[in-house]
Design a protein around this ligand. Structure first.
Ligand code: PRX
Length: 583
């Protein structure tokens, strides 16, 4: 029997209060995510249980109990609050690979009452700078490997008071930086965690939109109700599971389901901090007897490419539940997983940085329709809205905008310093309402920015994004960020970044540029541009191709028509340029 039992029955009289039952919550307990994921599990008698099984490049391995998690996160909490003097609500960035200290420090930041800002360690200078500037980040925790990028930016980031290096040789730390290796520092047995209110800020995740720089989606401590309940009902995690979430905590999947949900439930998590190598992945599952696996379509398609023979070399019999998120999970990938993993399909789940937790999903026990994202989570009111009128579509099969009635616990509370953009995500009468009123309104819709249709059985079928954001390998890349980097190159006059089809990543980035007078297209110039932007962007945002054009199509007001360029690239009906509206 799965944790959710009958999906249909769970829909009846649903109340988020059930999350408390799932966690065994008592009134008056401390609602602090850092505390709940470590101290609370120890207090419930599971201190000696393995919390983290970790493997890195080569044969580096480590194991940590919940008591270790408690003590090492205390160490970071003390550093942040007592030694550095970081105040409640200040942003502390975690900028490291998936090493154990990333997990300890994330929880430590929350225990200290600060806001955790995890950023993907592969980010180049510019990607990092934009996000630290936007958040007004006070402190950054990083490693010897990545601190160089921070050093280059420090002068330009007046709010950044502390740079902490958490590993390596203490003599390599420069003046003005703090060295803190938690496992070598004195143990901090007791730390009184910040007494968070349900609305106290917890985590800020940056996500890309079509226009402007990335936006910081702000989450709060009470998000844990959604995260814990969905971990139980969708991922079906139980006490004796060994769970692997392949996502990096630089993205929301890696925090909501790679830290918070599973550890709130006291489950053992495995983390593999190495790049994608199919054999290594299968060995990791086999050797650690992984039972529940949450991954992403690009990884699954990459495994498919390596063929069935490779899978069969490993004993993956411990696996019992598989789920996927981040981009469309094609029907072939579901059918393939059923075949090679002994009848177990990947269960597609749909959600976003902004939603904080799974919104639409295939549940254990509910028939999977390969290619469909499944049905809304109990407690989530979902619909698709007419593209023009923004009214809910009643008839099955018609494509509209996926939208949710606001108010579930893990919903983001604001885009940091961008209330207008936050406001623009709601359909309905928003004028005169505060951000909190928007979030709790029962007559508004939060519009996801994705298109889908709903079939007569209530299953959602993803169609595509409603904007120009590129989803490459499950990661959203904003065209504006790439274009901004491109036009800083001396030869480039104008630039457009669009998606181009790709068999594994589904989409990859393509840049289309025009040149300034005096410059001519050449292979050398293309190389020079690539080298120029490589340092500024994350590897994922790097264009796979640069096309030179004499001019770019524009709207009457002069905005570059990415949508038109994209349609040309995909061989789709591009429409008549003269009728394309400014929007
Ligand atoms: O376009 C949708 C796509 O990823 C977007 C959210 O990306 P992000 O905020 O980075 O969060 C990713 C992990 C939660 C969505 O707006 N997306 C996510 N899940 C799916 C998906 N597209 C199709 N199918 C999915 N299951």
């Amino acid at each position: 029997m799965s944790n959710i039992g009958s999906y249909e029955e769970r829909l009846r009289d649903f109340d988020w209060g059930i999350a408390r039952q799932v966690l065994g919550w008592q009134d008056g307990e401390l609602l602090n995510i850092g505390h709940i994921c470590s101290d609370r599990i120890c207090a419930r008698g599971k201190g000696a249980k393995t919390a983290l099984i970790w493997e890195g490049f080569g044969d580096r391995k480590a194991r940590y109990t919940f008591d270790d998690l408690r003590v090492w996160s205390n160490g970071f909490a003390k550093l942040i609050r007592d030694d550095l003097g970081v105040g409640v609500g200040e942003r502390v960035c975690v900028f490291m690979d998936k090493i154990p200290s990333l997990y300890f420090s994330f929880l430590g930041i929350l225990k200290a009452g600060a806001v955790a800002q995890p950023l993907f360690s592969a980010f180049g200078d510019e990607s990092l700078e934009v996000r630290l500037k936007s958040a007004g980040t006070t402190a950054i925790l990083t490693t010897q490997k990545h601190v160089k990028k921070v050093r280059k930016l420090r002068e330009r980031l007046p709010a950044l008071k502390h740079v902490v290096v958490v590993d390596g040789d203490p003599t390599k730390v420069q003046p003005g930086e703090t060295y803190f290796d938690v496992e070598r520092a004195p143990r901090v047995e007791e730390f009184e965690s910040f007494r968070a209110e349900p609305e106290s800020r917890s985590v800020i995740h940056y996500t890309s939109g079509t226009t402007g720089q990335p936006k910081g989606a702000q989450h709060v401590h009470s998000s844990i109700w959604s995260q814990a309940l969905t971990t139980s009902w969708v991922l079906d995690l139980r006490d004796d599971d060994t769970y692997w979430c392949t996502a990096d905590p630089g993205w929301v999947t890696g925090t909501s389901y790679g830290i918070i949900g599973p550890w709130a439930l006291g489950a053992t998590q495995a983390v593999l901090d190495s790049g994608f190598v199919a054999e290594r992945w299968y060995r990791f599952i086999q050797d650690n007897r992984i039972t529940v696996w949450y991954s992403a379509p690009t990884a699954i398609r990459s495994l498919m490419r390596e063929g069935e023979e490779l899978v069969r070399k490993f004993d993956l019999s411990a696996l019992r539940h598989l789920a996927s998120v981040g981009e469309p999970l094609n029907a072939e990938a579901v059918v393939w997983s059923q075949k090679v993993f002994d009848g177990k399909p990947f269960h597609d789940t749909f959600w976003q940085t902004e939603t904080g937790s799974i919104m639409i999903s295939n549940y254990p026990g509910m028939p999977v329709k390969p290619g469909s994202m499944g049905k809304p989570f109990p407690g989530i009111t979902a619909t698709v809205l007419d593209l023009k009128t923004k009214e809910p579509i009643r008839e099955p099969g018609r494509v509209g905008l996926i939208a949710f009635r606001p108010g579930w616990p893990a919903m983001f509370r604001i885009y940091w310093n961008q209330e207008d953009v936050y406001r623009s995500k709601f359909a309905g009468e928003t004028a005169g309402r505060t951000p909190t009123e928007l979030r709790t309104a029962d007559d508004l819709w939060y519009v996801s920015g994705d298109r889908a249709s709903i079939d007569p059985d209530g299953y959602y079928w993803f169609v595509g994004r409603d904007d120009d954001v590129i989803n490459t390998g499950g990661h959203l890349v904003g065209p504006f960020e790439i274009e901004s980097a491109l036009i800083e190159h001396e030869a480039i006059a104008e630039a457009a970044a669009i998606a181009k089809p790709d068999p594994v990543n589904m989409e990859v980035v393509k840049a289309i540029v025009t040149l300034k007078p005096g410059f001519a297209p050449s292979a050398d110039l293309e190389l020079s541009i690539m080298n120029f932007i490589r340092k500024r962007l994350s590897p994922l945002a790097m264009p796979q191709e640069i096309e030179f054009k004499d001019k770019l199509p524009k709207t009457r007001s002069g905005k570059i028509l990415r949508r038109y360029l994209r349609a040309l690239e995909w061989g789709e009906e591009a429409g008549d340029l003269s009728t394309l509206e400014d929007d």
